[in-house]
Design a protein around this ligand. Structure first.
Ligand SMILES: [Fe+2]
Length: 290
């Protein structure tokens, strides 16, 4: 692995979903990747809008960037992806981890999706497997499979920057939940150790921040800082201790507000379900099934 390059990383925090969208690039006028973009979705009205995604577009234009990739770390449960909107406006190829197929299969069952819904990941332009390499202009990237939160989570390593998705959060927040379908705390612990084995100075970029009272939003850390201070997985925490903590804590957490709409859209790479004969697309709510 090379940490030789130090890409520029611009994080846009979305207040409604506590999500950070990143634009990573080699400087103005170069190629870029957009990571985990947000499409605004109002669950009360069922309407989408593009204020968050338009901020990404503004940044891309202001820096004269060429979008090569629109990358997802996983099928998010807390926001709808804006990947199709950004692809239409800016170009680029969409990608996610290959184990999205497992996630598609699980949720096709839960939502009883139409027979034509494919579970082969073909809705995305590229499916990455562990160790796959890719380029963003002159920047070199590779993929680490980091399951546990979901079976499909991947982290993107781009130069000295790692986009960790929903594995760990800032040191005072800890780690991601493991109680969604296919989640596993043992697996997340192993993924975490893998990430924290990277060089100490590696920059780590979180997918979310849920700051404790009194702390400003923050989403950048390092391997050294996480190993020293992460409240759930600092050095010395054993797998057994982690799993016990995570399992107890997950039992107290409510489902994310947007899990039902978000998952249905995100497993389709951000496309809405097929329109019904009246020209309207519908999202389903499974009753007493999740
Ligand atoms: Fe997530």
């Amino acid at each position: 692995m090379t940490l030789s390059s130090r890409p520029q990383v611009h994080g846009l925090f979305d207040k409604a979903t506590w999500t950070v969208t990143y634009v990573v690039h080699g400087g103005p006028g170069t190629a870029c990747a957009i990571i985990d973009p947000v499409l605004d979705y109002d669950p009360k009205s069922g309407r989408t809008h593009t204020a968050a995604a338009d901020k990404v577009i503004d940044y891309v234009h202001a820096n004269d960037l060429k979008v090569e990739w629109i990358l997802e770390t996983h099928a998010h449960a807390d926001h709808v992806t804006a990947a199709p909107y950004l692809k239409a406006k800016l170009g680029g190829r969409t990608a996610i981890g290959e184990h999205i197929r497992t996630v598609q299969k699980v949720f096709k069952g839960i939502f009883n999706l139409e027979p034509g819904f494919l579970q082969d990941g073909s809705q995305f332009d590229r499916l990455f497997k562990d160790g796959d390499e890719f380029r963003i202009g002159d920047l070199h990237g590779h993929v680490m499979h980091v399951p546990g939160h979901t079976p499909a989570d991947i982290a993107y390593v781009i130069g000295d920057a790692v986009f960790v998705g929903d594995t760990m959060f800032m040191p005072d927040v800890g780690t991601a939940r493991c109680d969604f379908p296919g989640g596993n705390a043992h697996t997340l612990y192993a993924s975490m150790r893998k990430l924290l084995s990277l060089p100490a100075e590696t920059r780590l970029f979180m997918c979310h921040d849920y700051p404790p009272a009194g702390r400003e939003i923050a989403f950048e850390s390092t391997v050294a800082e996480q190993r020293a201070k992460n409240i759930h997985v600092h050095d010395g925490v054993t797998e057994e201790q982690f799993v016990e903590m995570r399992t107890k804590r997950d039992a107290t957490l409510e489902m994310p507000v947007l899990i039902l709409p978000a998952v249905q859209v995100n497993i389709r790479a951000g496309e809405m379900p097929p329109k019904e004969e009246n020209g309207v697309a519908y999202l389903k709510i499974p009753v007493n099934a999740l």
